[in-house]
Design a protein around this ligand. Structure first.
Ligand code: 0RA
Length: 653
């Protein structure tokens, strides 16, 4: 029996299955069905799909190093030092296993069920899908003392798998160039890839992942390269995530083990903030919508802490109940479980449904947390005190919140006085501009299209929600105005923080601030508020940032706006024609206030020519870190971030 037959026998994979599987043509026809979309996200997903295979090989214990490279032409290569994809000829098919893996959907995982495939993108379609969506792909396998090679174009083999030389190493090298007829933009972002590689290194301790960008050299002729490696896994991850937050206990609480065949790793750290941050993963995939692993953890945590607190006698003088939320205020948690056959549910298919996982996580959390509390009485007291503080604050917040919502009902329109509302009532057609400052707000009110556009001026800097306690947040006038203008509430009845957007009044919420440092700070404050308290609005794609132009260029009657320096240079050259550039007058806009109503309308508010940047959350874990860092006390990391991102006119989270 050949090695391949051996492999195939370990699985339910048969020749019949191959013929019923869809061909790569289907992938090319409807790429979004397989990789989500063909934008930035889908483009980067191709890389994750290839890297996932190498991660699986590493999790099976056969690979330590993964080298990811962005080449000058935006092609990507991934090299690992695993066993190499088998190359034997499959008798019935008359094809090499390598070719099957690269041309048959879902074939990859089927080869090696013995060491189960835990990694793998959400869509889990495998490297064949990447092959089908690539202008070209080349694969080299190093195995059995040889180097094997094969070339593809749009997923179609251009030659047979051929031994082209000898080699004393083992591994797999996949090099591909995304097909520009499928992806409108094939430019890779180093930062996007780096974020995912860093996350993978934290989630899979001991694997070294290097990322290199060969597209640009710095002044010293060096290319950009970063190595991601973590020895302590989630403990390092939480350290990185918590960054500038102030810890309540010196060490994080670490839980690792297996219950009912579910291996899991959990790390938790209490800090002095007031928000709960939980990041959950199943097979290295971020489960944004939570699921049974999260519920299991919450149950275990609440029951164990409550019983400890009761026994400690510290709750004697407390006049009200403690709720589940109170145990998690100021708590950052990362949960990573590996599940053999995960069921993903929910709107974005990022909610774990497997019921057996709930009890498993509950049990292990409860056992290991009670041990921790018994063994660390000093830390245990600090934690219980934090819980008492949270419960006390929650009661104050509830009162403040109820006051806000009662007031709204009572006032004549129920809307803030500063709001200039639009006349249209269908939320899908309505937009609201949140404008920095009363004066720019006034200009916007004059310049707007009052049928569809509402204006809410905000006075200066809104409260930094990252640092304030909850009841302060609901006492802030600016924040109350945002809630009531949008028609959004946060649950009061059951004290849950459930957002209710069923009465949302606008489907476009546009943040408009000056194009200077202060303006971007204000935009960040507002975005932080949305991220912490109205994240669903961002997830639904309702939140935008307006982009006012930076320059007005004038030459006689010819007037043009430029949004960045490249445009300025280009337009000035065009306008000047053959005459000297000095004939073009350049006006730099520093603030919205320097534009009159007509100018503000035509450049920044008129849907025909304005530029809006939709706020998206590519990676909620990274966004969480970014916000706590941007809004925290430490200046150096903030300055570094701003300098690094300053060249982008917008804040992308
Ligand atoms: C199936 C079986 C074997 C290795 C692999 C798949 C494999 C796949 C990928 C994809 C990227 N890197 C990879 N490395 C290994 C093992 C075959 C054997 O027994 O040697």
């Amino acid at each position: 029996m050949s090695e391949l037959d051996n492999l195939l026998e370990r699985t339910d994979y048969t020749a019949d299955n191959i013929t019923v599987l869809e061909g790569l043509e289907a992938v090319r026809l409807r790429p979004a069905m397989y990789i989500g979309d063909t934008g930035h996200r889908g483009l980067h997903h191709l890389v994750y799909e290839v890297v996932d295979n190498s991660i699986d090989e590493a999790l099976a214990g056969h690979c330590n190093n993964i080298d990811v490279r962005i080449h000058e032409d935006n092609s990507i290569s991934v090299l690992d030092d695993g066993r190499g994809i088998p190359t034997d000829i499959h008798e019935k098919e008359g094809k090499s296993a390598l070719e099957i893996v690269l041309t048959v959907l879902h074939a990859g995982g089927k080869f090696d069920k013995g060491s189960y495939k835990v990694s793998g993108g959400l869509h889990g379609v495998g490297v064949s899908c990447v092959n089908g969506l690539s202008e070209w792909l080349k694969v080299d396998v190093f195995r059995e003392g040889k180097q094997f090679h094969q070339d593809y174009k749009k997923g179609i083999p251009q030659n047979e798998v051929t031994a082209i030389g000898t080699s004393d190493k083992t591994g797999t090298y996949v090099h591909f160039k995304p097909d520009p007829t499928i992806f409108p933009d094939i430019v890779y972002s180093f930062d996007t890839l780096a974020t995912r590689m860093r996350e993978l290194a934290f989630l899979n301790k001991g694997i070294k992942i290097s990322l290199t960008d060969e597209r640009e050299e710095n002044d010293e002729g060096e290319i950009l390269s970063e190595i991601f490696y973590s020895e302590r896994g989630l403990i390092d991850f939480i350290e990185y995530l918590e960054g500038t937050r102030e810890k309540l206990t010196p060490e994080a609480i670490y839980i690792e083990g297996e219950r009912n065949d579910v291996p899991m790793e959990i790390v938790m750290q209490y800090n002095t903030s007031f928000s709960e941050n939980i990041h959950t993963y199943v097979n290295n995939i971020n489960t944004h919508e939570g699921g049974t692993h999260l519920s299991g953890f919450r149950r275990g945590l609440t029951r164990t802490l409550k019983s400890y607190a009761d026994k400690s006698g510290m709750l004697k003088n407390l006049k009200f109940d403690i709720s589940g939320d109170d145990f998690r205020e100021g708590l950052t948690t990362i949960i990573s479980v590996k599940v053999l056959e995960p069921q993903f549910e929910g709107q974005t298919k990022t909610k774990l449904g497997n019921s057996e996982v709930m009890g498993a996580v509950d049990q292990l959390t409860s056992e290991m947390l009670s041990n921790y509390l018994e063994e660390n009485p000093k830390e245990a007291r600090i934690i219980v005190n934090k819980v008492i503080l949270a419960a006390t604050a929650r009661h104050a917040a509830r009162k403040a919140r109820e006051l806000v919502q009662r007031k709204n009902v009572l006032s004549s329109t129920g809307l803030p006085g500063k709001l200039a509302d639009c006349s249209e009532k269908n939320p899908e057609l309505c937009e609201i501009y949140l404008v920095e400052g009363d004066s720019a707000g006034g200009t916007a009110k004059q310049g707007r299209d009052r049928k569809y556009q509402a204006i809410l001026p905000l006075r200066g800097k809104i409260l930094n929600v990252e640092k304030a306690m909850q009841h302060k947040i609901f006492e802030s006038d600016e924040i109350k105005n945002i809630f009531t203008a949008l028609g959004v509430t946060i649950g009061t009845e059951d004290d849950s923080k459930e957002l209710n957007i069923s009465r949302l009044r606008y489907h476009k919420i546009i943040i408009m601030t000056d194009a200077d440092v202060d303006g971007s700070h204000i935009a960040t404050l507002i975005l932080t508020f949305f991220f912490r308290y109205m994240r669903e609005l961002i997830e639904r794609g309702y939140v935008y940032i307006a982009a006012p132009p930076l320059y007005l260029l004038k030459r006689g009657k010819d007037e043009r706006y430029a949004w960045d320096d490249n445009e300025r240079v280009q337009f000035v050259a065009e306008m000047a024609g053959n005459s000297s550039e000095s004939t073009v007058n350049i006006q730099r806009y520093k603030g919205l206030g320097e534009m009159n109503a007509e100018q503000l309308w035509s450049t920044t508010m008129n849907p025909q020519n304005r530029i809006l940047r939709q706020v998206t959350i590519d990676n909620a874990t990274e966004a969480d870190r970014t916000f706590s860092m941007l809004m925290g006390d430490e200046v150096p990391p903030r300055r570094e971030f701003i300098e690094r991102n300053a060249k982008y006119a917008h804040i992308d989270i």
